[in-house]
Write a protein that binds this ligand. Structure first.
Ligand SMILES: Cc1cc2nc3c(=O)[nH]c(=O)nc-3n(C[C@H](O)[C@H](O)[C@H](O)COP(=O)(O)OP(=O)(O)OC[C@H]3O[C@@H](n4cnc5c(N)ncnc54)[C@H](O)[C@@H]3O)c2cc1C
Ligand code: SF4
Length: 595
């Protein structure tokens, strides 16, 4: 089969002498969605992206075999990926004093990967300080969506109305009914694969063809059904039936997106450039400027409203200004908080949009680590099956604190897992030497099954980021200082994850090979959220229900920073649905002259 590749429309010239309808900062899931929604409504949009535009297909080389790479995918000499122990023994900035020329966050595995060296930020150029935190940043067109894990889940009213349910924190100013039509729009525009389950705590999407569960996953599903728990095929932000988008193909089921190079060179898996930005460029309404790091939202001294953005060119280090009627911040949760805090003026002395003092606070994410590996004994020695030709394994949905109340913690967690025969055999417990070892691997590999938990970290005011008074990045922009750690609720939840994982594998009849109780470093989930939360009260929240600043009506913050709590579901689909809703409102209000 031949894939016809289309080039994106030629880039428009950047004209910094004009006033755009909107300037969008950041081109990941949030910024890409803002660009798509606004340009499709005829608005002239300037998109500023701090990173460069790279040829992602040749960068990721999705289909490259390990032996086709001179170092089997490892990063070049002189590069280093921070390891688990370093994150915990040392304190940020992790790259300070490192003998390595380039230092990257942990993503890519095995001590550094060649495939992400131009995608992740170099920690040497981009330091942060404070408490330990594994902060993963991708700086390029499309941000982290170029390498994301594709699990695309909805939130429910158990999340939006968490306080009503258990008394903790704040409710969101919206309910599921408000966002449901926008989840539908995202599903239809981008494509999502999955299986309907009719669960009130994990609403179904408008699914395209689901991936098949393997034999052991079916076994787990059947066994858990008797405990009223659900194992469902991975809900993947992947189009399996195709979407109307000439830059993307439907999934061929090669499983490449789950291997070390990652990514999907036919873009069946959603990424912001092919899914959102190139189609937005085709409207003729989008102007893109890469290598442009915003460091201040500029304010009209007379009105206090936003008038544009000041940015530094990452290559020539010169500073420029972009003017717009509306400023949309979508730089990712922590970078957006940083930008708001950096934007101090007479009218906004604590940073723009920060009269509540909540910018940077209520920072939350997911706790990870506890998990399990097991073996379906009846599959040992069976002929191999093609199990990795799919963009994900399974998802075991939340079951805690729904109808019943757990005595030790509030909120919930889910598990992501996989199993079966794959191109790279699984198995942590295969012994032997030489030919015997190979035989053991062949005999056992299809029988392994494993899963790991993702749990809600409670939003707490005391977990926050602020500007470091002394440390700056390579471009002279003040860095973030972290004050963040897991609390008792998270640790008790992690303990429960380990116990229930064991209980469920035993119930399914799996032999337990390994139980992991180690909690991974704060930040490991790469799901940071909540630093400019929405709410009805301007004293305790930063944004209203349309992600519009309470203080500055032509300023919107449309990424994960708007979340009120983290839930335990992965956030990207919700970020995009909320952003679509906010941009519809924005376009309407701009048209009415209300901004
Ligand atoms: C390995 C990995 C696996 C993941 N798996 C999943 C998953 O399975 N499911 C899920 O829901 N989520 C997953 N995520 C998280 C997901 O990628 C993010 O939720 C999503 O990308 C957030 O979108 P965003 O637009 O807020 O941020 P990003 O995608 O990070 O985009 C932000 C963009 O803003 C740019 N930027 C930053 N600062 C500035 C500035 N000052 N000026 C201009 N531009 C700026 C950045 O360069 C970047 O391009 C994963 C992430 C990673 C890395
Ligand atoms: S399995 Fe599908 S989404 Fe994943 S790389 Fe292959 S074609 Fe792309």
């Amino acid at each position: 089969m031949t894939l016809i590749r289309f080039r994106a429309s030629p880039e428009q010239d950047v004209d910094l002498s004009r006033t755009y309808d909107a300037v969008v900062v950041g081109s990941g899931a949030a910024g890409g969605m803002a660009a798509h929604v606004l340009t499709s409504q005829g608005m002239k949009v300037l998109l500023l992206e701090a990173g460069k535009k790279i040829d992602i297909n040749s960068e990721l080389r999705s289909m490259q075999w390990p032996y086709d790479h001179p170092r089997r995918g490892d990063a070049p000499p002189g590069s280093h990926a921070i390891r688990f122990n370093e994150y915990n023994i040392r304190k940020p900035p992790y790259a300070k004093g490192s003998a390595f020329k380039h230092v990257f966050s942990y993503v890519g595995g095995w001590g550094g990967s060649d495939y992400v060296k131009n995608i992740l930020v170099d920690e040497k150029d981009n330091p942060y300080t404070g408490t330990k935190y594994a902060w993963v940043r991708a700086r390029l067109l499309g941000g982290k969506t170029n390498i994301w894990g594709r699990l695309a889940l909805r939130l429910s009213d158990y999340d939006f109305k968490g306080k009503t349910h258990d008394g903790y924190g704040e409710d969101w100013p919206i309910s599921y009914a408000d966002i449901e039509p926008y989840y539908d729009k995202v599903d239809l525009y981008l494509g999502i694969s999955g299986h309907k389950e009719n669960l009130p705590h994990l609403p179904d999407s408008l699914f395209q063809r689901p991936n098949k569960l393997t034999a052991s996953e079916v076994k787990l599903r059947k066994s858990l059904a008797t405990m009223n728990r659900t194992v469902t095929p991975y809900r993947a932000g992947v189009t399996t039936d195709g979407v109307k988008n000439k830059y993307r193909s439907k999934c061929f089921g090669r499983g490449a997106c789950g291997r070390r190079p990652g990514g999907c060179d036919i873009h069946a898996a959603f990424d912001s450039p092919t899914g959102l930005i190139y189609p937005a460029m085709d409207t003729g309404n989008l102007t893109l400027r890469t290598n442009s790091t915003a460091h201040e939202v500029l304010v009209d001294p007379n009105t206090g409203k936003a008038r544009g953005v000041s940015f530094v060119d990452s290559v020539n280090h010169k500073t420029y200004e972009a003017r717009a009627k509306v400023v949309i911040v979508a730089a990712s949760t922590l970078e957006s908080a940083r930008l708001l805090l950096l934007s101090k003026s007479r009218q906004h002395p604590n940073g723009i949009g920060n009269s509540s003092g909540h910018v940077g606070h209520n920072f939350c994410e997911h706790i990870m680590g506890p998990g399990i590996a097991g073996r379906a004994k009846d599959l040992v020695g069976k002929a191999p099956t093609l199990d990795d030709g799919r963009p994900g394994g399974f998802y075991l949905t939340r079951f805690r604190n729904l109808a019943e109340k757990h005595p030790k913690f509030i909120r919930g967690y889910g598990f992501e897992g996989g199993s079966g025969s794959t191109m790279f055999p699984r198995g942590t417990d295969t012994h032997g030497f030489g030919a015997d070892f190979k035989q053991e691997v062949r005999k056992n590999q299809g029988a392994f099954i494993g899963m790991g938990g993702f749990g809600e970290v409670l939003a707490r005011y005391e977990n926050f980021v602020e500007l470091d008074p002394a440390v700056k990045d390579k471009w002279g922009i003040p860095s973030l200082r972290f004050h963040y750690k897991f609390g008792d609720n998270e640790h008790r939840m992690a303990e429960d994850m380990k116990e229930t994982a064991q209980e469920m594998f035993e119930a399914a009849g799996f032999e337990i090979v390994h139980v992991n109780s180690r909690v991974l470093t704060e930040g490991w989930s790469i799901h940071e959220l909540g630093t400019a939360r929405m709410g009805n009260d301007p004293k305790t929240s930063v944004l209203n229900q349309f992600e519009q600043s309470h203080d500055v009506k032509n300023l919107f913050v449309v990424d994960g920073s708007a979340f009120v709590n983290a839930s335990c579901q992965n956030p990207t689909w919700t970020i995009m649905a909320l952003c679509w809703r906010s941009c519809d409102y924005l376009a309407d209000q701009l048209g009415k002259g209300n901004l």
